[in-house]
Design a binder for this molecule. Structure first.
Ligand code: NAD
Length: 445
């Protein structure tokens, strides 16, 4: 049986007018991706500022996906502004002229997406403007309503439209339902970008998911499989039955493995070599918490958390890099960090250290992997409705759920969709980054 996330009773009740009349604001029901769903649920506005040159590529991508360009009025499902040419405060004012009416027209679960320039080193005003777009988008994320999101893609001049496409699709589609207020850099691709069927962008890829027996890992396995990947599901022997069910359901193989064991990297690599011949996507998802205030933190709690959450990832990555042939062309490594690793959390010095460590590891490994056409990124989930969060005391759970722009917890599938985007061969220009899947949590922003 699949993990059933906690019910969000307040959100369900808030759909009723009577409850709204009592002063409870309506908590939006987010549009989430389903196979066959259109990229956007209505027409899109596309605009540009300065000499950006990406607006036509955006229009072509939208037309290809069957999305009509919006007319003078009516609601819009998406608004994309190419501000990569913005250099001056006047350009910023032009951006505002596009965005103000666009935000007013944005439909529920609409998408506001800005494309911004890389900050110029030799032009102070242009550097200020590039950074200003971040402030603008992060604020817009807090203002847009009814499940809409606002995000910024900082696009390098040599990125190219092909390398941008998979990222544009992710941020425009319902796959990014719980991602808002984010700034993602799209650079020149680390390798060739081959066109893929957007409905099955992971077709033919072999993906390892650790901690795949339940929770977020289980959703990642299901989602990557839905998008075409063959899954290698890894979890501890004690979770063997659940693991076998996930592997059977996803047509893949199961590997019972404690990833902290000294021989875990060797056993994982041997399994991949013997059963699959290579690996294209590695998802470091397994993680544990052993909370205690620092004043009471013992070595066992500290070491257990660091071993699962960080040491195992370092060891497996080291082994993968040392093996010349196993990482496929256009390999993608995705590491699950946490908002705690960014903002810190009371009682979680061990967990936050491990999750911040993951971010440090990702940044250091990105240049090493780029030479092999591979990328590595971290995803930092915020409050996600899982068995883990269901065990929280009611008041803590309610507080955790509501302190983000979308006023609800995310679902395991929201993290999984982000993994699916970063796992694509086509996402070759995004590396060394941390993407938060947290509904724009107010903490650590
Ligand atoms: P979970 O406890 O439901 O699942 C974790 C899985 O990892 C389990 O199946 C477990 O058996 C497996 N695992 C643990 N130790 C292992 C080991 N030594 N070897 C192999 N497998 C092992 O947790 P979850 O909520 O699904 O979290 C998944 C990841 O997301 C973790 O890294 C967690 O830190 C992170 N995360 C979760 C949340 C949230 O709100 N749930 C928020 C931020 C980050």
């Amino acid at each position: 049986m699949k993990d059933t996330p906690m019910k969000d009773t307040l959100r369900d009740l808030s759909q009723y007018r009577l409850v709204q009349q009592l002063g409870v604001p309506r908590i939006p029901v987010l549009r989430r991706y389903e196979p066959g769903q259109p990229l956007l649920d209505g027409p899109a506005l596309v605009g540009s500022v300065g000499k950006g040159g990406l607006a036509d590529d955006v229009r072509a991508l939208l037309a290809d996906a069957g999305v009509a360009e919006a007319g003078e009025d009516g609601t819009v499902a998406g608004a994309v502004l190419d501000a990569t040419g913005a250099r001056t405060l006047d350009d910023l004012a032009t951006a505002r002229e596009f965005l103000t009416p666009a935000v007013r027209r944005l439909a529920p679960s609409g998408r506001l997406l800005l494309l911004g320039p890389v900050a110029a080193e030799d032009d102070v005003e242009a550097a200020a403007v590039a950074q200003a777009l971040e402030g603008l988008v992060r604020s817009a994320g807090k203002e847009v309503r009814a499940g809409a999101t606002a995000n910024l893609l900082v696009v390098a001049p040599d990125a190219g439209a092909d390398a941008l496409a998979s990222t544009l699709r992710f941020f425009l589609s319902a796959r990014s339902a719980f991602v808002s207020g984010q700034v993602v850099r799209v650079a020149a691709p680390v390798g060739p970008v081959e066109p893929r069927d957007p409905a099955r962008p992971l077709a033919g890829r072999i993906a390892v998911v650790t901690g795949a027996a339940r929770g977020i890992g289980e959703a990642i396995a299901d989602t990557l499989h839905r998008d075409g990947a063959t899954i290698v599901a890894v979890d501890v022997p004690a979770a063997g039955d659940a693991l076998a069910r996930v592997a059977n359901r996803t047509g893949g193989t199961a590997l019972q493995l404690d990833i902290t064991a000294a021989d875990a990297p060797d056993r994982l690599l041997a399994h991949l070599r013997e059963r699959h011949g290579r690996v294209d996507v590695v998802v470091h998802n397994a993680g544990i918490t052993r909370d205690k205030l620092l004043a009471n933190m013992d070595a066992d709690r500290w070491n257990a958390v660091l071993a699962v959450n960080l040491r195992s990832q370092l060891a497996i990555n080291r082994a993968l890099l040392a093996d010349a042939g196993l990482l496929g062309d256009s390999a993608r490594i995705v590491c699950i960090s946490s908002m705690s690793g960014i903002a810190g959390n009371r009682g979680q010095t061990n967990y936050a250290a491990s999750k911040a460590g993951v971010i440090g590891m990702v940044r250091a490994l990105a240049p090493q992997l780029a030479g092999r056409g591979a990328t590595i990124n971290a995803i930092a989930p915020g409050f996600i409705e899982t068995a883990m969060t269901a065990k929280m005391p009611l008041a803590t759970r309610e507080a955790g759920r509501r302190v983000n722009s979308l006023r609800q917890g995310g679902l395991p599938i929201d993290v999984a969709e982000a993994v699916g985007w970063l796992g694509q061969a086509a996402t070759a220009g995004v590396t060394g980054q941390v993407v938060r899947v947290d509904g724009q949590n107010m903490l650590g922003a």
